[in-house]
Design a binder for this molecule. Structure first.
Ligand SMILES: C[S@@+](CC[C@H](N)C(=O)[O-])C[C@H]1O[C@@H](n2cnc3c(N)ncnc32)[C@H](O)[C@@H]1O
Length: 480
């Protein structure tokens, strides 16, 4: 507990993901769960805080045993004071130190595990050098998933929910927990990886209204499923009270997909392509590298006039331009290399004015934080290659909730670049780019991507998603 005592108060709330659930929301969740399991014999809230859920459960389940734990002693006392003493068992405890199998074993069935575990990621905790993480030994269960999904950052609530499900297996239980939508997906992936057969559903909640948080959140409900029922299909409802699910999410090859039925319908389009999706240019030095063409000439973001050899300057489409369907660049960009790692020293001779300009701003380049520039020549870029100079491109921005591909054409004989929020297919001819762009904007590709994309992700459109569609198969489908 040493690290915890050292945490300044301002960070305390963040470290413990301490956003207590408003009563109205807890009431709505409890009412929903009461409809599902009116005979719940025990209700457990594993990180109960001030006990909002337990208080609501005390009324909704008048005979159930009420069990609660929280790391904050003051909260536990406050919760205890509001609950009927004869059937409540509350204890201050660190989730990661609780023997959950033993705790569940003494609770009668059917058991409802309820609550709102802390919303904080291991990376955020790392940033403030705080604990509140499972011991490495206990976190090992996660490693397999990390290997599959390529991430070492995880929400501690994801770990907590998976831990509770593992402990409750073999029991008659239902778990209903508020969490980020991404956590619900990761729990489903974890269940699939472990071979757990779980019935589940996800109901969207308005996190902004209830918690002032701008994140997609949900109520995740899981219970033991019937073995041999095929792959898991968890309906996703647009709200707590909705009676019709939008889609059913599932897990394929260890990774969650947003619409398992759509996924299966479009599986024939899955596969490798001859063309490779590429990322746009990265330079992390917009003040110097990005220019605007004014009447007086080129001007950088610092407002300075820039006089450099124009062979090294290209029109630039930003991801935000692409998202708006805008194919006319508003900016230009200096491109210092033709391929990754290319020596830039030769610019001194080949482009002396550009070299002088870059030298003047050397400090800004050297201050770039990203490790991709480490050990690289001065003024190096990333995401650059012969493909960057292909005359035609079909491009899309990864950051926006918009499946719209743009045909990018050269301007004044110069290849147009896209920034590092975008992906593109390099094309040699206009005909090739036009055919691909039309096919990618067509209904077959849309259905394919819609079944796999999660719009709430920070970068919903990723290279792996784009690469999973076989362009060759798509062009066959789209052949007139
Ligand atoms: C999002 S709040 C929710 C509180 C309560 N369940 C509710 O819905 O109002 C998260 C709670 O988790 C508790 N918590 C954080 N880390 C914990 C840990 N390691 N063990 C037990 N409780 C923890 C916090 O003290 C806080 O009360």
């Amino acid at each position: 507990m040493g690290t915890r005592e050292a945490i300044p108060r301002s960070e305390h709330r963040m470290v413990f993901g301490d956003w207590q659930t408003p009563t109205a929301l807890a009431r709505e969740v409890v009412a929903l769960m009461r409809g599902r399991m009116p005979g719940a014999a025990a209700v457990l809230e594993p990180t109960c805080g001030q006990g909002t859920f337990l208080r609501e459960a005390a009324t909704a389940f008048p005979r159930a045993v009420l069990a609660g734990f929280d790391v904050n002693e003051g909260y536990v006392q406050a919760a205890r004071a509001c609950l009927p003493a004869e059937r409540s068992r509350l204890r201050a405890a660190d989730f990661f130190g609780v023997a959950w199998e033993a705790e569940l074993a003494v609770l009668p069935e059917p058991l409802l595990i309820l609550g709102n575990p802390p919303w904080v990621t291991s990376a955020a905790l790392g940033a403030v050098r705080a604990g509140n993480l499972p011991e490495k030994r206990n976190a090992r269960g996660r490693r397999g998933i990390d290997a599959k999904t390529g991430t070492s950052n995880f929400d501690i609530s994801e770990w907590m929910i998976s831990r509770l499900i593992a402990a409750a297996r073999g029991r008659r239980f239902t778990l209903a927990m508020l969490c980020k939508a991404t956590v619900a997906r990761r729990v489903m992936e974890h269940a699939a990886a472990e071979g757990w057969c779980l019935a589940g559903e996800v109901r969207a909640i308005d996190a902004h209204r209830h918690f002032g948080a701008s994140v997609d959140a949900a109520l995740l409900v899981v219970s033991p499923g019937s073995e041999g029922r095929g792959e898991m299909r968890w309906p996703v409802y647009p709200s707590l009270g909705a009676s019709n699910p939008g889609l059913r999410m599932g897990v394929v090859d260890g990774v969650a997909c947003s619409d398992i039925d759509g996924y299966r319908r479009t599986e024939s389009l899955q596969g490798r392509s001859m063309l490779e999706w590429r990322s746009g240019l990265k330079h992390d030095c917009a003040a110097v590298m990005e220019l605007e063409r004014k009447e007086s000439g080129l001007v950088n973001r610092l407002g300075e006039r820039v006089d450099v050899e124009e062979d090294w300057v290209h029109p630039l489409l930003k991801g935000s331009d692409l998202a708006k369907g805008q194919a006319v660049p508003r900016r230009e960009v200096i491109v210092t290399q033709r391929r990754l790692g290319e020596d830039t020293e030769s610019l001194r001779e080949r482009a002396p004015r550009l070299w002088r300009y870059l030298e003047q701003h050397r400090g800004r380049f050297e201050a770039r934080k990203s490790s991709v520039y480490r050990g690289q020549p001065p003024f190096a870029m990333f995401g650059v290659g012969e493909y960057s100079f292909s005359p035609y491109k079909v491009a899309i921005c990864g950051l926006y909730k918009r499946l719209s591909f743009t045909l990018v054409e050269p301007i004044g004989g110069r290849a147009v670049m896209v920034d590092d929020t975008a992906y593109f297919l390099p094309c040699a001819t206009r005909e090739q780019a036009k055919a691909l762009c039309e096919a990618l904007n067509g209904p077959a590709a849309r259905e394919f991507f819609e079944a796999r994309v999660f719009w709430d992700a920070k970068r919903p459109i990723r290279k792996e998603l784009l690469r999973s569609l076989s362009l060759d198969a798509l062009l066959l489908v789209n052949r007139p």
